[in-house]
Design a protein around this ligand. Structure first.
Ligand code: PAF
Length: 289
């Protein structure tokens, strides 16, 4: 579906060539260009990325593309929410300059066999549950970087491992882009904002609070309780919640994502959780120090 220019201030672009033309004058004027890559179904977390991008750059491009190559479950891809008109209004309201909404054939004119070395952390945590996911994520982010050529790119800390993988890709290709990781935006009751929350029923929405509660429990007792015991108690909390199926809850080194114990030292640690609530898989994390 092609969208027209809606009003001065927000231009909706569907093709890479047109995007490059539109950004040319900004580049010639040496303006800083920021990219906020998204898969749409925008919420306040995405708006916070756009706002941060506006602070640090002159021109903000937000991309909306539900990237098929990062989905391991075709049903998940099919049911991914796509409220495009709502998304465009939100970006308009946020004062974003360009929305890039390519088709699948625009981004993948031909099938591609893609592999880059993202390091051992690719296969841990999310990588274990969603095989090949980060190859798909880095593939599309690289293509978006090629299309926009941004000075800065903004990602949410909620996808902690994703930010790490993209950082590894940027280092791998020596890409001239600065990555900015922005804090998790939460609902008042602690639920991390996610495009997938829309799938939760009223009851599941309440059950899902156990994700952030377990992380808060770890944060609040960190340093005074042994790591193994902290994890055991937090996992018990999650497993004791009806309707919630825990995939992992761990305290890991923030760079390697390897689990830590008392001997590992206690700096740069992050607690990460993934769980299915009903049919919806959610992730969350908290930086501990
Ligand atoms: O975080 C997301 O929404 C996606 O993984 C991203 C970075 C836009 C790549 O498709």
């Amino acid at each position: 579906m092609d969208f027209e220019i809606l009003q001065p201030g927000l231009e909706v672009i569907n093709h890479i060539a047109a995007l490059k033309v539109s950004l040319r004058s900004a580049r010639l004027a040496q303006q800083k260009i920021a990219l906020v890559p998204t898969m749409g179904a925008l919420h306040s977390g995405h708006v916070s990325l756009v706002k941060k991008a506006q602070e640090l750059a002159d021109i903000v491009v937000c991309s909306i593309f539900v990237n098929p190559t990062q989905f391991t479950d075709p049903k998940d891809l099919e049911k991914y929410p796509r409220p495009l008109e709502h998304d465009i209004r939100m970006l308009e309201h946020a004062g974003c300059d360009f929305v890039f909404m390519p088709s699948v054939t625009e981004m993948y004119p031909e099938p591609e066999n893609w592999h880059i070395d993202l390091g051992p952390a690719e296969f841990l945590l999310e990588g274990e549950f969603r095989k090949g996911h980060y190859q798909g994520v880095t593939q599309i982010v690289k293509k978006l970087f090629d299309a926009v050529n941004p000075d800065l790119a903004f990602f949410g800390q909620k996808d902690y491992q994703q930010v790490l993988m993209i950082k590894n890709m940027v280092n791998y290709f020596h890409l001239p882009v600065e990555l900015v990781s922005c804090p998790i935006i939460r609902e008042e009751d602690g639920l991390a904002m996610s495009s997938r929350n829309i799938h939760l029923t009223g009851e599941e929405r309440i059950q899902a609070l156990v994700l952030s509660r377990s992380l808060y429990y770890i944060r609040d007792h960190f340093g005074e309780t042994k790591i193994a015991e902290l994890l055991e108690n937090a996992r018990k909390l999650v497993r004791g919640t009806p309707g919630v199926e825990l995939d992992y809850l761990t305290i890991a080194d923030g760079d390697t994502l390897l689990p830590v114990d008392e001997e590992s030292g206690k700096s740069g640690l992050v607690a990460l959780i993934a769980a299915k609530v009903g049919e919806t898989r959610l992730i969350d994390n908290i930086i501990l120090n």
